[in-house]
Design a protein around this ligand. Structure first.
Ligand SMILES: [Zn+2]
Length: 404
């Protein structure tokens, strides 16, 4: 380590995080293993574990007989009563709320359809608040405190206080969603009254964290996600000491078609106007199905039709795949990712995009240093954003475990 030495309180906080992380991952979670893995002394680990046990975060579990003459080893795990992480996900069809333990095990989940009332954030906040309160009541029954509460939306967020900037899928302009929920959910209001701060985050910003981990944490990753609109993010993990950086990318609103159709964002020819779910479903005659059964169900039908060569879905998709590939090419030549991951409904059709992407590579791409990245479909499915949000919450809490 270089630079000024850390103050001892900072060192202890950092070491508590290291020990707790090791316990939560559950691999080799005896004190001796933790010491060996972290490079801390046995005495230091014993003292840090004692603090974590006192804080109600860690408990001793079974003893494992030692090999040879050693004493039996006591394993450690997250305490049964430890506070939990709660993630609310608002998508184009559903409000879903999941509570999980610090180690990621699901405790309870509730979901409800909101029927996509366009341009009516209050109606959707009503539904999400009900689901939050259902989960809050279940956590009360189990006497579990909430350590982190994150609300994930399928839209860009920003501003102060943080709010949804524009959700074209729901025809929202700027919406203070946390404010609407605070006025409706007794559970959220109680969490904040006890000193918690609910967080609002964009789905692609957190989903990409889970995707990045699932493909082996490459130095640079480009992520495109389409469930309702088209979003994305870029992950940079190749900078010393900077950790993983996520750059949000409004990929759906890159104006890729010259003089194209007017987009709700005010530009012309955005990718979403030629390859977004609503455009694809309309061109494939599936718009009514989306209205009746929800977007997710209609997109599942669309993917099935494309895979079976049913027209017009198949032709509509192949044109869209070429537009997506061309957009990815613009980004890939700028960012130079090792891999491109497609999430949402396009994950199932990633091979088509990979083929279209490969077909448009310039001759210079044959140079060894400009290897063409593969385009792959996410394997995490709809839970990528939830898992990413849980991962982000855990990273935040591990920075100061005794404040959990
Ligand atoms: Zn646009």
């Amino acid at each position: 380590m270089t630079g000024m030495p850390l103050a001892s309180a900072d060192v202890r906080r950092h070491n508590l995080g290291l020990v707790l992380e090791r316990v939560l991952t559950g691999v080799g979670a005896a004190r001796a293993d933790i010491a060996a893995h972290t490079g801390l002394s046995r005495g230091a680990v014993t003292s840090l574990v004692a603090d974590l046990v006192d804080a109600g975060l860690v408990q001793e579990s079974e003893s494992v007989a030692a090999v040879g003459k050693g004493r039996p080893r006591t394993m450690l795990r997250a305490a049964d009563s430890a506070p939990c992480l709660v993630t609310a996900l608002l998508d184009a069809d559903h409000a879903t709320v999941v509570a999980c333990s610090l180690s990621g095990a699901e405790i309870t989940r509730a979901a409800r359809r909101h029927h996509r009332p366009m341009g009516d954030p209050e109606a959707i906040a009503d539904v999400l608040a009900e689901v939050l309160d259902d989960v809050g009541a279940e956590l009360d029954r189990r006497a579990r405190r909430t350590a982190d509460l994150a609300v994930v939306v399928w839209a860009p967020v920003g501003g102060e206080p943080i709010r949804v900037l524009a959700d074209t899928d729901l025809e929202w302009g700027e919406v203070d969603l946390l404010g609407l929920l605070r006025a409706r959910s007794a559970y959220l209001a109680a969490f904040e009254a006890e000193g918690g701060a609910a967080r609002l985050t964009a789905d692609s910003d957190v989903a990409v964290l889970a995707e990045h981990a699932s493909v082996g944490s490459p130095a640079r990753l480009l992520y495109l996600k389409s469930d309702s609109g088209i979003g994305g993010a870029i992950v940079l993990a190749d900078q010393d000491d900077a950790g993983v950086r996520v750059l949000s990318a409004a990929i759906g609103h890159l104006p890729v078609v010259p003089h194209g159709e007017a987009c709700l964002c005010g530009q012309r020819g955005c990718l979403v106007t030629v390859a977004g779910p609503d455009a694809l479903l309309a061109a494939s005659g599936l718009a009514a199905r989306a209205a009746d059964e929800g977007l997710t169900s209609a997109l599942t039908t669309f993917v099935t039709q494309v895979r079976s060569g049913v027209q017009p879905a198949s032709a509509v998709w192949h044109e869209a795949a070429a537009e997506i590939a061309r957009t990815l090419q613009i980004l890939a030549l700028s960012v130079v990712p090792e891999i491109i991951v497609l999430g949402g409904f396009v994950a199932a059709l990633a091979d088509d995009v990979d083929a279209a992407f490969g077909a448009i590579q310039p001759h210079i791409a044959h140079a060894a240093e400009l290897r063409v990245p593969r385009v792959v479909g996410s394997t995490l499915g709809a839970d990528a954003a939830l898992r990413g949000a849980q991962q982000q919450a855990r990273t935040r809490l591990l920075a100061d475990p005794l404040a959990i």
